[in-house]
Design a protein around this ligand. Structure first.
Ligand SMILES: Cc1cc2nc3c(=O)[nH]c(=O)nc-3n(C[C@H](O)[C@H](O)[C@H](O)COP(=O)(O)O)c2cc1C
Length: 95
């Protein structure tokens, strides 16, 4: 059962932010405790505190933009992420 979720996103022109907020609203309707943050604020996040982690990024030139790619690479990797019950990666480009 998902009790607590983190939504981490990067957005340049606001589309991914809108999607991240829509996901937040959907999860709140299920009484899930949500923390939503931009990826550059997520460096100290302990993923194991969450049952669900959503990562939202647009595609710019078929990849996460350079800015978000750098921030994702900086996210903590010292934890065993297999212990998170569920994970979703949201890639929000159209192609
Ligand atoms: C310069 C540029 C390159 C893009 N490259 C891609 C791409 O390769 N694939 C794709 O599906 N969408 C691409 N898009 C569309 C963006 O991913 C899309 O507009 C996205 O919703 C922008 O998210 P944001 O508003 O959160 O920044 C590109 C947009 C721009 C401006």
């Amino acid at each position: 059962m998902i009790k607590k979720a983190a939504i981490i996103y990067w957005s340049k022109t606001g589309n991914t932010r809108k999607v991240a907020n829509a996901i937040k609203e959907g999860l709140l309707e299920r009484d899930i405790d949500i923390e939503i943050m931009e990826v550059n604020q997520a460096q100290d996040v302990d993923f194991l505190n969450y049952d669900l982690v959503c990562l939202g990024t647009p595609a710019y030139h078929w990849s996460p933009p350079q800015e978000v790619d750098g921030d994702i690479r900086g996210l903590p990797t010292d934890k065993n992420l297999e212990e998170i019950k569920r994970r979703i990666v949201c890639d929000l480009g159209g192609h």
